[in-house]
Write a protein that binds this ligand. Structure first.
Ligand code: ZN
Ligand code: ZN
Length: 106
């Protein structure tokens, strides 16, 4: 701890360091370190950490997004297909006057 007092922030040469980043072993002032998942990291290491997190997530997220897209597209297709069927059968049923007899949905 004695050592820390004489250290300067890696980013701010005029500021005294208050913490040491366990990842890059450099000293930083209060402004330059962030608590992240019970670890005190400097901004650079935090960003690197977040990048690895994001790449992990984006791989899974891409798959989930793909499934969502396919599901959504299928649902949309089914919706418009049935809507088209209904719209196609509706006028003829109306014109034939059979809508009340058997129903246009049959
Ligand atoms: Zn660091
Ligand atoms: Zn600093």
């Amino acid at each position: 701890m004695e050592d820390l007092l004489h250290q300067r922030c890696f980013n701010h040469l005029l500021r005294e360091a208050v913490a040491r980043c366990p990842q890059c072993q450099r000293y930083f002032c209060r402004e330059c370190v962030t608590e992240h998942e019970d670890k005190v990291l400097c901004a650079a290491c935090l960003r690197a950490d977040a990048d690895t997190d994001r790449s992990d997530r984006s791989q899974l997220g891409g798959l989930v997004q793909m499934v969502h897209f396919l599901l959504g597209a299928t649902l949309l297709w089914v919706f418009f297909y049935y809507l088209g069927q209904i719209l196609l059968s509706l006028p003829s049923a109306f014109h034939e006057g059979t809508i009340w007899e058997k129903g246009w949905w049959n």
